[in-house]
Design a protein around this ligand. Sequence first.
Ligand code: HEC
Length: 193
Amino acid sequence: MKKSLFLISLAAATVLSAAEAVPAQDSKAVAMEGVKYIKMLGKELKGNLVKYLKQDPTGLQAAYFCAKSAEDLTKKVNEKFPPNVLVRRTALKYRNPKNKPDATDRKVMEKMMAEMKAGTFKKKPMVVKVGEAKRVYVPLIAEKTCLKCHGPADKIDPKVRETIAKKYPNDMATGFHEGDLRGVIVAEITPQN
Ligand code: HEC
């Protein structure tokens, strides 16, 4: 992941709404723990993405990697976490149907989008309580490199487009511009008993 993504002020971690509010001191500790796991997944995925993009700037090799291995790699990284922790990626406009957002994911991303529109958005983790579990959301902002596979369809290399269309016939994850909210990485931490 881009460095700046993690230069987030944990002290400033916010909560979604009063109904789901997590006590402040609690929220900070949870945010720190969640961000630690989120960084691990982010580093694996982005590290590979950058490596393949360097080898092949058209993005085709990187597209093969994402299409073939992003899911497995996510599983593998999760195996390193304690059993009560799950880290995944999701988006409002998603590519892999397995990354479809649930109601809470949607609410969080809609709030981020609304803040972006209002000019009050800050790139920081958001902590939300879902039943007994706590979730830490870190926003993923589209950068130039992301647009090779998530930009406007006519700007994506035809071979890359073909590779993506083959694996994801119902892809919604194109048409993004630099600075858009591409999605989130979320760490869900359930209490251990
Ligand atoms: C080389 C092509 C490529 C590039 C570049 C790329 N992605 Fe993706 N992205 C994909 C593919 C393919 C998937 C589906 C992976 C899967 O099956 O889980 C995906 C999935 C995602 C997802 C999971 C949600 C979903 O839509 O399924 C997020 C979030 C995401 N990408 C963000 C980014 C960000 C942020 C960047 C830039 C830092 C980026 N991507 C760059 C190809 C790419």
